[in-house]
Write a protein that binds this ligand. Structure first.
Ligand code: TYD
Length: 139
């Protein structure tokens, strides 16, 4: 558990880009391109304009959030500080450490958000109520 984690522990990771006239490739290998092992990948798509996703924190989960197509904004919140990050390139990943409240919004039409996660899905790992998050962070 990382109850003391802060938004400043989260960062943009510039991923590799294998450039080719017929298109680019970005590769993400666990423990090489990102600082954790990947147990799960999921993606958000067909997000209606004006929708908000996220709105929760994780106790133990590390994530890398990538805009594979289009753009969206992510608000990170550690209970004391907030940081807003725009993701709009497939070769930039936002590394989010455990213990951070996050909200995703401003999805462009056709936007696709890919998330690499350090653990399998577990509802017990979620904090879904903001006041519970503030208690958890002991702010
Ligand atoms: P949630 O993580 O709350 O979505 P978001 O943060 O994008 O708004 O998940 C939405 C629903 O999908 C919830 O009922 C749980 C389910 N879900 C899974 O079953 N497995 C998963 O890996 C994920 C990410 C979600």
């Amino acid at each position: 558990m990382m109850t003391k984690s802060s938004v400043y522990d989260c960062c943009i990771i510039e991923l590799n880009k294998i450039h080719n006239r017929s298109g680019n490739i970005t590769v993400i290998e666990e423990k090489i391109d990102i600082p954790f092992s990947i147990q799960r990948v999921y993606y958000l798509y067909d997000v209606p304009g004006g929708s908000q996703r996220g709105g929760h924190a994780h106790k133990d989960l590390h994530q890398l959030i990538v805009s594979a197509s289009g753009s969206f904004d992510v608000v990170l919140d550690d209970g004391r500080n907030k940081k807003v990050v725009e993701l709009n390139r497939p070769y930039y990943g936002l590394y989010v450490v455990p213990g951070i409240w996050r909200e995703l919004f401003n999805f462009s039409s056709g936007g696709i958000c890919i998330v690499m996660a350090s653990h399998k899905y577990s509802e017990e790992d979620y904090i879904r109520v903001y006041n519970d998050f503030i208690d958890y962070k002991n702010v």
